[in-house]
Design a protein around this ligand. Structure first.
Ligand SMILES: [Zn+2]
Length: 182
């Protein structure tokens, strides 16, 4: 079973991952947490929520191969943070090798689109292949549902150009509704 939990920046996906891990652990299930090596906001190999919770995580890179391994023996559910950074090939590996061939439950948490409104590679594949899609919704400053990620400069003005991946500055992004985004 493959689940995709998607939200905007600052939308609560790390909190949702940590809550899911807590729920599994509290009923005696074993969860393994992985996150992208691209995300070093809170130290390499950690998933941290703004609400103060955190846990250790194994790192994956764009070269990691997702297949059954010793690390996954005895694991009931694999939780993957920053799943938008997975490649399309890696999502297929997860879907086939882990979920289908081995019956492992995998929950991926990530963004759908970048600051230019284009889908991330991993998110596009997860939206196509996941058995269950879960939206974690948050609010735009105007009060409407936020579905987009707006990059802003140090003065808070929208930025439309630059590298797609600019990790480290959460204050450089804000969740917005389409009307405010465009
Ligand atoms: Zn708005």
């Amino acid at each position: 079973m493959l689940d995709f939990y998607y939200s905007t920046m600052q939308g609560g996906k790390s909190t949702a991952l940590l809550q899911r891990r807590y729920n599994l652990t509290s009923i005696g299930r074993r969860a393994l947490v992985m996150t992208s090596s691209l995300d070093d906001r809170f130290g390499v190999g950690m998933v941290t929520s703004r609400m103060g919770l955190q846990c250790e995580a194994q790192l994956y890179t764009r070269d990691s191969v997702f297949a059954m391994s010793d690390d996954l023996v005895g694991v009931d559910e694999l939780l993957i943070e920053e799943a938008q950074f997975l490649t399309a090939g890696q999502v297929k590996q997860i879907h086939k090798n882990l979920c289908t061939d081995h019956g492992l439950r995998v929950a991926c948490f990530g963004l759908r689109t970048d600051f230019q409104g284009n889908p991330f590679e991993g998110a596009a594949s997860l939206l196509a292949l996941a058995d269950n899609l879960h939206e974690i919704s948050t609010l735009c400053l105007c009060g409407a549902k936020a579905t987009m990620n707006q990059r802003v400069d140090s003065k808070g003005s929208p930025v439309h150009d630059g590298d797609i991946v600019e990790i480290g500055g959460d204050s450089r992004y804000r969740p917005v509704c389409p009307k405010c985004f465009y």
